[in-house]
Design a protein around this ligand. Structure first.
Ligand code: AMP
Length: 489
């Protein structure tokens, strides 16, 4: 099928051609005609499937007739993070370049004055994160009574970040007669319930995740003692032909530490995580996109949906605790059929987490020997390592192997000592293990993203992006009185 078969206008088709797209992706093929018909859509699709264009392209055509009135946006797109919201805004710019549509991006952390001025002039498309949207509504700066199309994107991520009450509130402010397009990577029962409440007779469209993880990403794992990781990382950066790379750490604090360390070694590097002020985040990302920075040390804020062209490498400085984060992280490279490289640096006690990842991706990650570095072996003991192995991915998924360690338990390079308990477990994981997984999603063949049934606690962590997931226990926020040892005398 061609784009021209979908009912889009000549102007939108021209923009699609300019973007270099030859054929619609499955979600575009199925969703675009339905959206143009004015029907609701329940799309089970994740980033990388082309879902953004599946709603932006027909919306542009629908919006081509009619005009926006002051403070009364005609359409509303809700996104869980600022980065994703910015990406959708960019998509409207790119695909709407032959139209005269106005849009406003309402995200936390940027000057509210500019956003208000735009709204005052009237916007066709309002792209917002839930927290800022509610703020503006409460200040009386926005009227939602003219919204004809509502898009809720990445609904499972919204659930994960505690935004569902906000979403319910926002939807309650919209006209009942409207078109709703609802996208989620997974369909746990809570998301299904929301979809039932928000949508009217929707067309359900489910597409497979993009060849996950991208077949074009060559993956390797290096198992070393934690105190060797920085050295190994630098060696890899040196020996590999790294054009640009994301380097993922599990904790924000470690992002800063690693960033400083790499800087000290003269590398061209910056940091990105959810605690940074939004202007700084935007600026850093922009510089990285423009190849002004070669390496970006980041938390999972950068893992989802970030679309940076031809990223040559992804390094996992830490093994992600949630197996699905691995897929999101390495999916930042090897995009659009390009070759990509992903290296994961694992400590011996990461065995369970590695096992869970391999279970998810359905194959072992081949070990990699860094010249002159003694590699270690993974250990798999229950109750050891980070957080006691109670991570969602760390439990259950490994069972399929009958408890047997995967092929690289004995790496081919100089297997060394095997001292699993020597390195202190990292107790204060910000990304605390999630609760046990809910029943498998109805549609998605791979359980991407959370499927918890519990009510999220992290309300209004305001779109920090990464570390806003519920924290079990205290996470990094350990009260000082608990941290003081022997304080009871
Ligand atoms: P998304 O799933 O919306 O995040 O899109 C993932 C990537 O696919 C983006 O870089 C889009 O520019 C790209 N893309 C979207 N539709 C197509 C298409 N029909 N052909 C090729 N690339 C596309």
């Amino acid at each position: 099928m061609n784009f021209s078969d979908l009912g889009l206008s000549a102007e939108v088709l021209r923009a699609v051609e300019d973007a270099g797209y030859k054929q619609p992706t499955p979600i575009q093929e199925q969703a675009i005609p339905v959206v143009l018909m004015g029907r609701d859509v329940l799309g089970c699709a994740q980033t990388g499937t082309g879902k953004t264009a599946s709603f932006t392209l027909p919306m542009i055509d629908i919006l081509a007739s009619g005009r926006a009135r002051a403070r009364m946006p005609r359409t509303l797109v809700l996104e869980p993070t600022r980065e994703l919201a910015a990406q959708v805004a960019e998509a409207f710019d790119v695909y709407g370049k032959h139209h005269k549509l106005t849009q406003a991006l309402l995200v936390g952390g940027v000057s509210i004055g500019d956003q208000e001025r735009k709204l005052d002039r009237g916007v066709d498309v309002l792209i917002a994160t839930p927290g800022r949207m509610i703020d503006l509504f409460e200040r009386g700066k926005i009227l939602l009574s003219d919204v004809k199309i509502l898009v809720i994107d990445e609904a499972d991520r919204m659930l994960d970040m505690g935004f569902i009450p906000d979403i319910e509130r926002i939807v309650g402010l919209l006209p009942r007669i409207r078109q709703t397009l609802f996208f989620s990577a997974t369909m746990p029962p809570e998301i299904r319930r929301l979809a039932d409440a928000f949508l009217m007779n929707p067309r359900e469209i489910t597409v497979a995740p993009p060849a996950s993880p991208a077949a074009t990403v060559q993956q390797n794992i290096v198992v070393v003692q934690p105190d060797q990781k920085r050295d190994v990382l630098r060696r890899l950066i040196q020996s590999e032909n790294v054009k640009n790379a994301l380097i993922f750490c599990n904790r924000k604090r470690d992002v800063d530490i690693l960033n400083r360390s790499l800087k000290r070694h003269g590398l061209d590097v910056a940091a990105l995580h959810g605690d940074m002020p939004q202007p700084k985040r935007t600026e850093t990302l922009e510089r990285f996109r423009n190849n002004e920075i070669r390496l970006l040390v980041c938390s999972d804020v950068a893992a989802r949906g970030l679309d940076i062209e031809s990223m040559s490498h992804v390094f996992n400085f830490d093994v992600p605790i949630h197996a699905e984060d691995y897929v999101h992280r390495i999916g930042r490279t090897g995009r659009a059929g390009r070759e990509g490289r992903a290296f994961t640096l694992a400590a011996p006690e990461d065995g369970k987490f590695v096992q869970a990842i391999e279970q998810l991706i359905g194959k072992p990650i081949p070990p990699y020997a860094v010249p002159n570095v003694a590699t270690a072996a993974l250990t798999y003991e229950e109750g050891e390592g980070r957080g006691g192995g109670r991570g969602r991915g760390g439990r259950g998924r490994g069972r399929g192997r009958g408890g047997k360690p995967p092929s690289h338990a004995q790496p081919h390079a100089q297997p060394t000592h095997h001292k699993p308990a020597e390195h202190k477990p990292e107790h204060k994981e910000r990304h605390a293990p999630r609760p046990a997984a809910a029943p498998p999603p109805r549609f998605a063949p791979v359980t991407m993203g959370p499927a918890q049934a519990a009510k999220p606690a992290a309300h209004h962590a305001d779109e920090g992006g990464d570390d806003n997931r519920r924290v079990v226990g205290f996470g990094d926020d350990l009260p000082a009185f608990l941290a003081r040892r022997g304080s009871r005398g």
